[in-house]
Every structure is written in structure tokens, then in C-alpha cells.
Ligand binder design. Sequence first.
Ligand SMILES: C[S@@+](CC[C@H](N)C(=O)[O-])C[C@H]1O[C@@H](n2cnc3c(N)ncnc32)[C@H](O)[C@@H]1O
Length: 462
Amino acid sequence: MILPKLFEERMKNLLKDEYTYFLHSYDQKHYSGLRVNTLKITPEEFENICPFKITRIPWIENGYYYSGNEQPARHPYYHAGLYYIQEPSAMTPANLLPIEPGDKVLDLCAAPGGKSTELAAKLKGEGLLVANDISNSRAKALLKNIELFGVPNAVIVSETPAKLANYFEGYFDKILVDAPCSGEGMFRKSPSIMKNWEQYGVDYYNKLQKEIILFAAKMLRPGGKMLYSTCTFSPEENEGTIKYLLENCPEFHVLNPIEHKTNKEKVSYEGFSYGKPEWVDGTEELKNCIRLWPHKIHGEGHFITLLEKYSSQEKDSSIGKINHGSLSGEADEFMSHLNIEWDPKQIDIREDKLYLYPKELPAIKGLRIMRPGLFLGEMKKNRFEPSQALASSLKISEYNQTINLSAEDPDTIKYLKCETIEVSGDYKDGWQLICVDGYPLGWGKLTGQTLKNKYLPGWRWM
Ligand SMILES: C[S@@+](CC[C@H](N)C(=O)[O-])C[C@H]1O[C@@H](n2cnc3c(N)ncnc32)[C@H](O)[C@@H]1O
């Protein structure tokens, strides 16, 4: 692989004797990974039904390598939201941010949602995830992935960090800042990034990172934890940004994320490296940062830092609630088939659309919101149409009219292609939840033997 000359010189200066090993890693293939969605299935259950060959990623409990010849994105289980295709090192930031169910979590640079989907899985449906990306077009991909994963308690926002900080000062328990960066760690996987690196360089991104991390710091509650990550090697964007934060916000300190990890039994951190304070003339505590190098692990380059904000007096973080509506009769009838009890106070109707808000939802009026909670469905010509997002968020046992197909059944692909299906069997007319091997894919409306396909056209199998 031909690398930019300036990049080679910089890395040689930094790595010295190690440089040859580093360079050699560019002659090797990159690793492909997938991460199991533990909101829907356990890793053990997935291993039992997985149709392609996978091997465990040593440091990620629910992460697997698959061979580059496989196409896991072209399997019905992908459309059932059972896994996310993600580069193995990129799984690490969300894995090392210690999330507890019930936490209020912000993913500030979230699109397309690789890390948000894992943060949501760790919340187990309890608490709140605010997933934000400044780019509206990228936030649309984020929305799709959150919905495909079946996340019930996420709010999707597309705002600047500055504006969010005005709303959420001291609010979040945990924050992930997966910062925009020069992407040096991804040259092997996506060589086109080298052009971007040559065009913008390290300083452009470093300026952005310094701005973003200070706004993030403002939104963390005292005692809360924040994880900063990049997929680049440059000291300026990594230890340098953290040094800048520590100088400007002395209430922060750097933690060793591996020491703060619970349930470490199933994982191994062999090949992980630590931060280099000497590269930025920084303090000893930068040694707690984590560096992933492609010549030391089976994954690409990454940088990870876990930070804690010293707790002072606990702040009252209840910053207002939105007013809630109540259900209409038609929607009520549909809901009677659901075996779930929702608090009616969490249900809101806006312009014929029904949402289930997270319990913890703060006042967000005025922000550019892509999704204020779980979109349940909408009234169309006095009829209630359940949403794709609702189907994705359900377990098969949570709706009492289901048609369960197998992954091999040709009707499964026909369904994912939005075609009408003829069914045989004893099913009731009305809304049916269509599943593959017990995992929901979407809705269909049955009249007699004919199933009108209600799979979301934008998600259609191509
Ligand atoms: C490394 S990517 C995030 C990847 C994502 N966390 C994931 O795992 O799928 C960085 C993101 O930061 C966003 N971004 C760029 N400038 C930003 C800014 N000033 N504030 C917030 N986000 C920004 C980009 O749109 C991009 O989606």
C-alpha cells in the first residue's frame, strides 16, 4: 500500500524501532467484524444460529470476526437487527464506557450509529440515550440503525455541540465523544481516507476536537464519565486533545478504562497499548489512555480515553418535561395485541403520529430533533398503522399475532423485497408481526390468505 510520504515520516519519528512492524501491517489484510445486538439475542444464542463462520474478537464479549468472503449484510438476520457490521477496533470505545441501565447517556458525534447501537444495548431499554450528529444526512443513517436495532429509549438529534450544551448543562451521566478525526488508523481498511488526510491534515481536525470536547465536558454531571475516541494516530488529536481538556477543565481526570471495566472474565486485552504523554509533553495521567495499533492486535488503529469529572454537590438534573397526550381508540385496539405495559404518561401524539418517550426525556423544544423517542405508528385515514421502528423494537412474544418464517423460506426474501405473500395456516385477519426464526422483521396486514406487505419501502432488500 502506498502511504502519504509525510505520514510515513511522522510515524517513523514517533515509532522509531517499532516502525518496521507498523509498516508491515499495511501489507496484511484488514479484519471484518460484526457485533451482536444483545437487546435481541445473546452471543451464545447467536453462535448457535449464525449461518456463517465466525470467531470471537478477544476483547469484545459480543464481537466476532467473519471472513471477508462472507456477506452478513445480505442475510435476513441482518434485517432482523441481530448484529451490526463494525470494524473490530471501532467496537472498543462503546465497550469501554461503563454504562449502567438507567443512565442518561449522550453520544455527541454518533452517526451512523456504530457506537450508539452498543450504548443502547448496554442500557437494556432503561434510562435515556441522546444520539446526536451535526450532519443531518448522516443523522438519517443513524436513525435507521437505531430503529433497526429496536432501541426504545433513544432520542435522535442533529445539532451543534454548542447548542446542545445550552440545553443539557451538567445533565448526562455518561458521554461518548467519538470525534471527527484525520482517520490515519483507517488507511488500511479505507485507502480513500488518505486523500482527505492530505486535503485537511491533522490541525483542521484538532481544532474541531478541542471545541467539541469542551462542550461535551460542560454537559457531563459531576461524578459522570466521558469517553473520548478517535481512529487516528496523531498525538495532537489524541493525547494533545486530552491535555487541552485537562488544562481547561481541571475538574477532569483520566481513568484506566480496563481497570474500570466490570465482567472482565470473558475478554483479553493482550496487545493493547497505553498513551504517550511524552509525545505531547503532557502529564503522567495520559498514560491511562489506550492506543490500539494494527501491528499489535487484529484490528485497525484507535485511541481511547476514559475521563471522570470530579463530583461536587449533586446538581438537580430534572430540567423539565414535555406534556404528554393520550391514546386514540384505533391505536388502542392495536395496542391491545401487545403484551407490554407502557406508562400512558410516556405516550405522546403529534400530528397523528404516536411516540413512546423515554422516561427521562428532558425539555428539548427548539432543538432539531429527528426522533423524540420510539415512533410507534400513525393514524392514516382514521386507521392506525404501526411503524417499522415498533416492529424492530419488539420480541416475538410481545405481540399476539405473528407469522414466523424461517431464514431459508423463499417467502422471507419476498417479504424483505416488499412483495405480497400468500400464506397458508390458521392466522387472524389484521396486523401480523412478520418474524424470521423468531426475530421480528416488520408488519404485514392479512386479509384471508393474502398478506399485504407493510415492510418499510426504504429498507427494502435490493
Ligand atoms: C468518527 S465519526 C462518528 C462515528 C460514529 N460514532 C459511529 O460509531 O458510527 C465522527 C462524526 O462526527 C460528526 N461531526 C463532525 N463535526 C462535528 C462537530 N463539530 N460536532 C459534532 N459532530 C461532528 C461527523 O458528522 C461524523 O458523523
